[in-house]
Each structure stands twice: as structure tokens, then as C-alpha cells.
Design a protein around this ligand. Sequence first.
Ligand code: ADP
Ligand code: ZN
Ligand code: ZN
Length: 810
Amino acid sequence: MQRIAQVLINITTKNINKAFSYSIPDHLDYVDAGWRVLVPFGNRKLEGFVIDIIIEEDSNRIELKPIIDILDNDKWFDEHMMHTARWISEYYLCNLVDAMRLFIPGKSGVKSVVAYSVEMEVDTETTLVALSAKYPEYSQVLSYIETHSPILSVKLEKKFGPSVLKAIRYLVRNKIIIAESIAKKMGTHRYKTIMSLLMDAEATREQISKLAKKPAQCRLLQYLIDHGQLASDELKKSNTSHETVKKLVQDGLIKLEKVQVVRDSYADICKAKNDISLTAEQQQVLEKIMPKMEARKFQSFLLHGITGSGKTQVYIEAVAAARQKNRQAIVLVPEIALTSQIVSRFKARFGDDVVVMHSKLSTGERYDAWQRLRGKQAGIVIGARSAIFAPLPDVGIIIMDEEHEFTYKQEETPRYHTRQVAITRATLSGAVVIMGSATPAIETYFQTQMGQHTLLLMSKRIANANLPAVTIVDMREELRKKRRSVISLPLQELLQETISRGEQAIILLNRRGYATFVMCRECGHIVRCKHCDISLVYHSVGKKLKCHYCQCIETVPDICPECNSRYIRFFGTGTQKLQEEIVTLFPHIRVVRMDQDTTGGRMAYDRILEAFAKGEYDLLLGTQMVAKGHDVKNVTAVGIIAADSILNLPDFRAAERVYALLTQAAGRAGRGDKAGKVVVQTYNPEHYAVQAGANQDYQSFYESEIVYRKALCYPPYGQIIKLTVQAKEESMARNQAEQIIKELRSLMAESKTVEIIGPFPAPIAKVNDIFRMNIIIKAKDLTNVRAYITSMGLTIRPDVMIDVEPVSIM
Ligand code: ADP
Ligand code: ZN
Ligand code: ZN
């Protein structure tokens, strides 16, 4: 009888979607489903995930390669994780290994490289002699390999140049050297050496007096008396060298210790204490959550609370209750860089119990963070969507702040939605899910009305601050009055008043559809990226045109490449141009701009916001990101420019986006004791999303929107799968797409509830020289469609992207 491991190889090749069999060596006989292992694959050694163990009765029947090693000291995937991964792969139609990869820190646990060494049997000396007669340059390579083995081919190339590859091939083929793949474990612990005194301070001082002629040694000892310890990489601090340390260790005066370094780049985020007594509304909401938490049963809540109603405090109290029961918590935020206020409030309350995770962590940092959560040394993880995969043994609560945000949907395989994964995970571990928003997603609100989630309502701002008064400005009227400025008269007046009272303002410019592009006034030609089918964006810094997809940079043409006209001009409004216009209108205003170009670094957003909050600027100007969850009490005016340009996009969620943007942006004004005012500039003043957004009336928006969704069978009434077919030639992409549609139609002949639309070119029809053709499948229930897509082999086709429940149909 023999136990055989079924192993998925952690590689991203889409068309390998099966498990491979490996034998389990005796010394690893405890390996079971859920372990990460190192296995031979082809001539490489790769990371694999054991997904099953099968028993072979006749152990002589098959010859299998054995598992080489384990990658962790314990099983990595527990049953809940395995179950969730399986669910993701079935629901979102991706390979199981892609779903499992979500649960490990970094994309792979090992890195494998090829190294060369001399074959055991070979007598190097005679071989060298033989070689040097025939191929003198090969013999040089061989003797170098002999003295440096095992050596990587890149190192050999560095030493001998690219021609070395020929020599390597010759030597390998003639069995003089062997190629072996070396696997390097990634993301292991990092250590540093700490030195400290062996004797007490008194005895050490005595020693110092005897060492008068050795000032360096004295300095280090004195430093250790004063500070207790010193890390060896900080020797500079005591102005001493490694030699000095060595001497002191030999003389038995100090000792060295290796300690694990926990990498946490948020370690020193500010800690502000807060003792807040809850408002009646907060109390009521918590009273509904607590009994469910006691019951250890899954329950999901929609916390629908207007901006500034104190949702974050509810999250904190609910998490505290879970921690009291020694259960762990996942706190999800749309984008970690934009939510440092939440992070610091959690840190202030829970200190080191909080682990902060985001996509910019190094693999090492992520590994450390996950180990602390696995080992229950930390109880709370805060992060963007990937934090839902953190390995917490006992999740008691999952918080999803701003649950309507589209960043919760992953836009690459596996294209999961965090909300669905959160509910799946919470169901398995008997946890409570709290989804919070001022503008819930239409689907979430609908599900709440159907009884899937419990509604918790918070309708008052803290300290009875009022919602701001909103003025809608019809920009077509402005034009009729011959005003061509991007800033309407009402907005100009509002800014004037606000600044003169010493208060602050925010202007939000919706970048989408309003970027600066270059157009010829004579023939209408627009300068586009050669590789991607989108217009290039003008950046006045460096006066360049930049593609926001492939990042390529072009110079601005002097004459139109189409008609040679000299009337080639910039159009549209970017934040830079808006800033120039504002400075012209208000020469003394202190403006700070925040958009993708100014917030490159990890903390840049924080720094800008901090400076603005401190009152160093009068006006904060930027794209969508200025609308996100910050809380500056002195902001009393908000201007929203072209908030409705999204309405022109062919997307069923356009109105929802507009409503959310208006509410979030307006929600920044009047959060303190001063009243707020908002000006909304629009070309669609009568649209229900604009009207409801201006009144911050979610109910009326929902009622209009749900009617439209129902009429067109869009979510939540229908479900959608988007297929994107990619090819180097446009005709090829179209043919392939038509082929798929034909086959789908014939499979679904009898079911009349499935609608297939397309093929049509994706809105950005070409990215990096690859054409993209879309197919939309709409159905009341996708179960059958999923089965057809799988049986047609589309899930393993590298040229087909599958997006189940896409956030946009563009
Ligand atoms: P939301 O997340 O709903 O927009 P916040 O949680 O950011 O609202 O709360 C808005 C402001 O009110 C914050 O400055 C917060 O510190 C404060 N706050 C929240 N709860 C209370 C309370 N019970 N008492 C006093 N201030 C509170
Ligand atoms: Zn032209
Ligand atoms: Zn491009």
C-alpha cells in the first residue's frame, strides 16, 4: 500500500489544469492535503500544493517521482481555505491553482534557478587536458565551473560572455557537467543580531575603567549601559566597528543574540488615544450585531450610514467584541493608501494586535504578517481585498468598509469579488460580516430587501452636523451666458466666500472622459497611442504625451500627422490645467493637487492630506481620490466638476458610479460644526442620479435605478459573464469570438432565458498591440452557462479571458 500525493504545480500556465502524482518519502509521511511542497517538474524543482492523497494498493505498480521537501513547518491550507479556493475556481471559472495562489504570500513560495557542476564520475584533470587540445576555450569554462560549482549560468555569462552557452551545451551533452535546478525558499524569516551586556551596569563600569586605552570598546560598553541593547547593523550609532564587538565577545563582556525581525512598515504610524462614548444610533446598531456574534453563526449585515455618521466607531467596537472572545477579525478597505485614517484609528485602539497589509508589502513583510496571524500573535488584519485571504485560524468578524467600491473586484484572474469571498469564508467559520456604506451597491441593497442581509441604519451625522446644501449648475446655461471657464460663476463665488472666511475647499474633477488630449482643429484627428487604442494624455511636466495604459511616452506633434495642419491643440481639462485656471482666478490661494501623477509614492497621499488637514493649503484639488473617506473639519465647500461625464459611458453601472461619487464628495463638506456647501457642475441636471446625489437621497436613487435594472435584466435581476477574446489580428479575434458564440448558442438552443450579445470590440479595442473582442452573456441564472463554458474548454484557453459578474460591461 502506498500513499500518493495529488499535487497542483504553482505555475501560471493556463492550459495545465490538472494534478500530478508524486510518491511521498517515508520521512515526510505526515504530508497531507493542504501542504505546500517542493517537487521535481520537468527538469525544474517547483512549488506544488497537495490537494489530495490517494491510496494505491499495489505499491509496485507505478514508478513515481517523490516529493523533495516541504515548504512550511505545518499544513498551509486548512479545510476552510481549500473549500474557499475550490468555490472560487468553480464560481469564477478559473483554475484551482490560480485560486489557491491567492492564499499564499507572494506569487510563489520558491524560486528555482539552474546551476552547473562537474559530473561526479568525471576525472577533471584528464578531461581538461583532452579538452584544451581541441577546445581551449571550453576547458577554461570547465575549470572555472570546477572551482565555483554549483554556479548559475548568468554568472558564467557574466564571466565569459554569451558565447559561454555553447560551451555549456557541449559540456552537458558530453556528460562532463550536470545541470541541476536549485530551489530557493522565498519569504523566510529575517534575522538580525542584537548585542547586550553580559554583566550588570556596575560590573561593566568597573571594566570600562580598566579599558581606558581602548576608547572604542569603552564607547560601545557605555552605549549598552545607557540603551540596554544595540543591533549589529546599527553599530554606527555607538561609533564602533565589528572588530571591537568581536573583541568584547571574546573577553566575555557582551553577548550576541539572533532575533527574528518582524517587517512592518506601518509599525510607527501615529497612535492617538480615543475615549469615545457611543451615540444612541451606534449603540442600537451594535446591539443588533452582538447577539449574532455570541451565537457563532454566520450572519451578514448591511450598515447603511450616511457620511460622517460614525461607522468606523461601530467597526471598532464590533471588532473589540470579537477579540474579547479571542476570535480574529478581517477589516477590508477599498484601497489601503486612501484609508490611513481607519488604519490609525484601529492602531490607536488595538496597537500591535493589528497587522496592516497591502499590495506594496514586500514578500518578506507579507510572510511575517501572515505568520503572526496564523500563530494568533496578532488578531486583526486590515488591508485591501487580498486581506480576505489572510490565514486566520478563527475568523469571528469580517468588516467591509465602503462595500460599494469597485476595487473590491479583482480585475485579473481570478476575477473574484471580495464580498462573495467574504460571505463564503464567514459562512464556513461562523462569522459575522458587516458591509458598510453611505451608498450601498444596488445588488447589496436589493439582497438586503430580499432578506439576505440585515439592514442597520444610521441616518444622523455625529454631533448633529448637517448634510451640506447642494447647488446644481447647468453648464449649458453657463455657455449660453458666454462663460467658457471650467469654473462656473456659482462655484467661483463659493470659493471666494470660503477662502475669505479662512475655511477650506475641495474641488473634484472627474478625470474619466475629461483628460487632456491633443486634437487637430481642422480634421478632428486625435493623437492616440500606437499600441493601445486610446488617446494620449498631455502632461505639462516635461510637455509630453503619455499613454495611461502602456505608459509609453510621445512628444507633442507640431503639425497634424493626418493633414499637416498647424492647428493642433489641447482639449479637455486635466487637474493641472484646472490648477492653472484657479491660480489665475485667485492669485493668492494656496492650492495642492492630488492625482495619480502627484501621489506616486506609498505615503504621498497621506502627506498631502496631512498638510491640507493642518491648514497649510486653502484648496485641495484632484481626481476621484479626493472624495474618499477622510475627515477634515474645516472643509466647508466642495465643488464637483463634470461629475456626470461618466453617464456617457456605455455601462449599466454608470448611474450608480455618479450617485456614489456625488454623495462621497459632498460628504467631505461640513463635517465639523460649520455648515457645508456644495456646487455640482453638470450637463445632465435632470438625470435622476444627479438629482438624488445632490439631495443625498439614496432611497429615491435606488427606486429609479432598480426599475431600469429590472427592465433590461441587469444585475441584480440578471447575471452576466463577459468573455474577452484576444488576438494579434482584429479579424482573428472576431472570428474566434463568432465561433464561440455559435457554439454557445447551439448548446443553449432550448433555454430562452440566456442572452448573448456580441462580438463587439472592447472599448479599448487594442492594448499593447493585442486586439480584444467582447462577448456578453446575460442570464437569470448562470449555472448552466458555467457548465457550457467549462465543457467548451474556454477556461483553459490562453486567448480567452472570463469575467464572471464583471463590474463593467465595457
Ligand atoms: P463615517 O465612517 O460614517 O463617515 P466616521 O466614523 O469617520 O464616519 O466618523 C465621523 C467623525 O465622528 C470622526 O471624526 C469620528 O472620530 C467622530 N465620531 C465617531 N463616533 C463618535 C462618537 N460616538 N462620539 C464623538 N465623535 C465620534
Ligand atoms: Zn489634422
Ligand atoms: Zn499605449
